[in-house]
Design a protein around this ligand. Sequence first.
Ligand SMILES: [Zn+2]
Ligand SMILES: [Zn+2]
Length: 369
Amino acid sequence: MTATAHTYLLDRPGGSFTRADLPLAAPGPGEILLRTRRVSVCQSDVVIHKVGLPRIKAWPAIILHEASCTVEAVGEGVTRFAPGDLVGLGCDIPCGDRACIYCGDHGTGDWTCCPRTQATGHEFPGFARSHAILPKWFVDLGPIYRFPAGTSPDEACHLEPLACGLEGMTRVNHCIANRVVVLIGAGSQSTYALQCCQAMGARRIILVNRGVERMERVLRDFGDQRVVGVRWDGNVVAAVFAHCKPFNEPHFVMMNAPCREGYELAVRLMGYGTVLDAHAGVKGAGGKPRIAHEVDLNNQVHYQLQCYQATHGSSWHGIRLAGDLIAQGKLPRLGLMTGPSERFHPDQMLAAIQRASTPDSLKVIIDWD
Ligand SMILES: [Zn+2]
Ligand SMILES: [Zn+2]
């Protein structure tokens, strides 16, 4: 165990990182001490770095939330974890009130619905730090997935973004396995979803994107005989329907493009039994715009069985699904999401965030080893 913990503090939105070195503390009763191994950069971190986030009330802030860590030490009474365990962490975490009807010991577990929900890198300090002590409520109730020995920390740090996608892909039953799936956008969320669809046995996966270059990278590195790419141009709806044959329409449409046009396209693809996962929200300088769409509850929802749904973030449900897929080796191409120019040392924190904001980047990883 090193005797010093390094924390990278972001002074303000748009600002820079300063390293603070503090002596390493020992975990108290019920707590665990984690040593950070890898942190991947989320697009939400890129936005926080650029313009901040209302949920972050105090600056300087410790951002980043997609982490894999090794348990260094456990406090008195901890039995679920032992030194040496490799763990991955969720971003959305319980509010810390053990009596909470969402997050507490007898809660529903839907902590993203709790009015006092918290997230690592927002209200709770993130993982731009070499070590973290997790409090007892986090250890007992929070999303900490323990990987089997031998799991790579490079793969384990993908746990949280995978979990968010899997929440949306499994909120409604029977819409991925043996079904036709459309993914709108070819960024990291679609690339994760594509790999999950393959692992879950989708029949066909149709990737829709405006830019050709990114789509070609995703098709080249992650494609197989079930995957087709469709250019998002004037002919996109007819082209998608043609690839659904012998079905008339897709079974599942995952909207991963955070723009109005993404929703406008998604609703045109709805057919018999189609589930829409409104996965990417739309947010701009002016807040969250209203995007109206008329649905016929009788003909479309009742008779045609259409479903309009979404999730944000992840609970234990998504974390478990994602962890199991990684642990069972069902996502063998995760490593291809991070090219040689997308790996950084913690002292290059700002460069890592800037690289993640470039259009050809799928996943930036900061390596603490
Ligand atoms: Zn994330
Ligand atoms: Zn709560």
